[in-house]
Design a protein around this ligand. Structure first.
Ligand SMILES: *Cc1c(COP(=O)(O)O)cnc(C)c1O
Length: 382
């Protein structure tokens, strides 16, 4: 008898029976638009949980990043330094605000911005730096913040993958001038599609809430600060529906379970694959001593691209949702055609992108699933 074909996806969001009652609260209230009771409750929870002064729920992290780039008020040609090893949204936000993303390399250990390369990429047109906290590991924020201060630059943290993770005991997203969270299906805490714009700066928060409210001062009006609201700046509609906020509230109520489960699986993988790491067959992920991870994803590095692709193919054949990550942005068709990155070489980014493989990590994995993945990785990587 052939083994039954398994199907273990890369990620499955956490859901339990209680979710329906959270949704029902919104249905009964007949109030589905944003900034209602549930949105406010979630924003308060996020502020308290992650020690943030201002949290604005948004329709996505992509949109929170767009808001942050708009707050910068870029002039055409102003530059924002972004790692090439990231999701397209980090760079798109800059372009939509009429700026130019400038791609930097990553550090081989943390897979986040290489600070020396950031320094080398600063020009008189540089306005901001956008660290991306990959896999729940923080970029090296202390030297980055010092550099930004010295050169008078803003820091926008793309903390899409960094919700709940820390750098030197500080939650990611609230270290720089602005931060962006993602609550997409694939992230630790999710509501299908959603995000948050976060900041500890009062003036920035005031500007951001206008951008988020179609360029109107409706938020001032709702607080009773003006007697009517009107169009005061350019903006768009970035407000999350209360129905989706209810999904997020449920996730926040289950955060401890979700995080503990992710950690347990991560630690188990590390233990199981330690010997393969020691013999040089693969490289395990590293959590620097001054970082607390949120265990957003588990990745290994294989010795070279052909081996990565072989292992990925074998795992997929056995029903295990293994995946690579990111075509480096500077090598994408868009960047090559419109940002002139054809000649740009970012050696670590290119090397890591060719060798990295993600394997399933989500709270609903059964111990049988984990057993099966461990056994197959060990069988295939040799
Ligand atoms: C997921 C992700 C985004 C986009 O998040 P959305 O909420 O889907 O818009 C942006 N940046 C990074 C690094 C991400 O991982």
């Amino acid at each position: 008898m052939p083994q039954p074909i398994r199907n273990i996806p890369l990620n499955v969001p956490y859901v339990d029976d209680a979710l329906a009652s959270y949704l029902n609260e919104v249905i009964v209230a007949k109030k589905f638009s944003g900034d209602g009771v549930i949105c406010k409750r979630v924003e308060t929870r996020l502020r308290e949980q992650f020690s943030l002064k201002h949290v604005l729920l948004t329709t996505s992290c992509t949109h929170a990043l767009e808001m942050a780039a708009m707050v910068l008020d870029l002039n055409k040609g102003d530059e924002v330094i972004v790692p090439s090893f990231t999701f397209v949204s980090s760079a798109n936000a800059v372009i939509r605000a009429e700026g130019t993303p400038v791609f930097c390399d990553i550090d081989r250990t943390t897979l986040t911005m290489d600070i020396a390369d950031v320094k080398a990429k600063i020009t008189p047109r540089t306005r901001a730096i956008m660290p991306v906290h990959y896999a729940g590991i923080s970029a090296d924020m202390d030297p980055l913040m010092a550099l930004a201060q010295e050169r008078n630059l803003s820091i926008i943290e793309d903390a899409a993958q960094g919700v709940g993770a820390k750098y030197n005991d500080r939650y990611l997203g609230g270290i720089g001038n602005m931060g962006a969270f993602s609550f997409h299906d694939t992230k630790n805490l999710m509501c299908g599609e959603g995000g948050a714009f976060v900041t500890n700066d009062e003036a920035i928060a005031r500007r951001a809430e206008i951008i988020r409210e179609k360029g109107t001062n409706r938020s001032n009006f709702l607080r009773g600060e003006v007697d009517k609201y009107t169009w005061v700046a350019h903006g768009s509609s970035y407000i999350l529906s209360d129905l989706l906020a209810a999904v997020l509230l449920h996730q926040l109520d289950r955060m401890e379970v979700i995080q503990q489960r992710r950690k347990d699986i991560y630690v188990r993988y590390n233990e199981e694959f330690r010997a393969l790491g020691a013999s040089g067959k693969l490289v395990l992920p590293t959590i620097p001593a001054n970082c607390a991870s949120n265990y957003h994803l588990y990745h290994i590095l294989l010795p070279h691209e052909a081996e990565r692709n072989r292992v990925m193919g074998e795992l997929k054949k056995r029903g295990i949702g293994a995946a690579f990550h990111y075509v480096p942005l500077h090598q994408s068709p868009y960047a090559q055609e419109f940002l002139g990155t054809k000649g740009l070489r970012l050696p670590v980014t290119e090397d890591v992108a060719a060798r990295l493989l993600r394997i399933p990590l989500y709270p609903g994995m059964s111990s049988d699933d984990i057993e099966y993945i461990v056994k197959n990785v060990k069988e295939i990587v040799h």
